[in-house]
Design a protein around this ligand. Structure first.
Ligand SMILES: [Zn+2]
Length: 281
């Protein structure tokens, strides 16, 4: 079969073997046009049953930094593109919105954020212009904030990649390498610290209710913050060891720096989220 020349239907190049060496198009197999083939694709897309996606996610969880290291070195075929995995996580997360890590209500924005005094005059001006109360405005604001948070999560990826670029400045890498590392952190954070955590809470609360105990007061923000903190320490430390080949000490101080950077990035993200939501409501 390998000595037979084929003409690529996409770019016109003649080539041997199954794939075009210029554009990567696969030589069409009659089976690729059958309904069964498309149904299989549909099932894979809907159930996330693609082996590649699972293997990529597994690598992110059990071997932090390896996906980024392999991607930067050009070992890519065995992985699902990190950008795609990020958007899959983004979509799943917003279909089960239990934890509000990324979304912020008008109350949180105007009462609890460090920049609250910068935004309060604008909010008060808005309320006066429209002659409405804070509670009335909050209804429209909060609904818009939830959907904006979904669209703006990618800004967290850019913000965090700047942190990696700063902390690994001397590692002689492209900014794109730090961007992939940032995507990997965000994938981990979405799948482990939000989706898995949310899915874990459901049965725990349910079992508590069956046993006649209300466990919800114990499953509070402080508990989640501590869990997420330890989870991120594990991920960041391992990543600095693997992706940037840091020593134990080098990985340790960079982990501390990045934890602070993530916290600052989250504030910056919420600040951007506020203004986008403010101008669209
Ligand atoms: Zn081609």
């Amino acid at each position: 079969m390998s000595d037979v020349q084929h003409t690529c239907v996409s770019c016109g190049q003649t080539h041997e073997g199954l794939y075009c060496h210029v554009c990567g198009e696969k030589r069409l197999d009659p089976n690729d046009r059958k309904l069964k083939y498309y149904l299989h694709q549909l099932v894979s897309a809907v159930t996330f049953a693609d082996n590649k996606a699972w293997r990529t996610l597994r690598s992110v969880i059990v071997n932090p930094g390896k996906l980024s290291l392999d991607y930067a070195a050009g070992r890519r075929v065995s992985y699902t593109a990190p950008v795609s995995l990020f958007f899959i996580g983004n979509l799943i997360y917003f279909l089960i919105p239990i934890l509000e890590t990324f979304d912020s209500s008008l109350y949180v924005q105007t009462q609890m954020m460090p920049y609250k005094s910068w935004i309060m005059p604008s909010v008060e001006g808005r309320l006066a212009d429209r002659s409405i109360s804070m509670d009335e405005y909050a209804v429209a604001y909060n609904a818009a904030s939830t959907s904006n948070a979904k669209l703006l999560l990618i800004t967290m990826v850019f913000l965090i990649s700047i942190g990696f670029a700063v902390v690994a400045m001397k590692k002689n890498r492209y900014f794109g390498d730090h961007f992939i590392m940032s995507l990997e952190v965000n994938i981990y954070n979405l799948f482990v610290n939000t989706i898995a955590l949310a899915l874990l809470i459901f049965p725990i609360v349910l079992i508590g209710q069956l046993a006649g105990a209300d466990l919800r007061p114990y499953l509070n923000d402080q508990l989640f913050t501590v869990l997420i903190l330890f989870s991120l320490i594990y991920f960041l430390f391992r990543s600095f060891r693997t992706m940037y080949a840091c020593t134990t000490g080098g990985a340790a101080w960079r982990t501390v720096f990045m934890l602070a950077w993530v916290a600052v990035s989250l504030q910056a993200y919420r600040f951007i989220l506020f203004w986008v939501t403010f101008y669209t409501t």
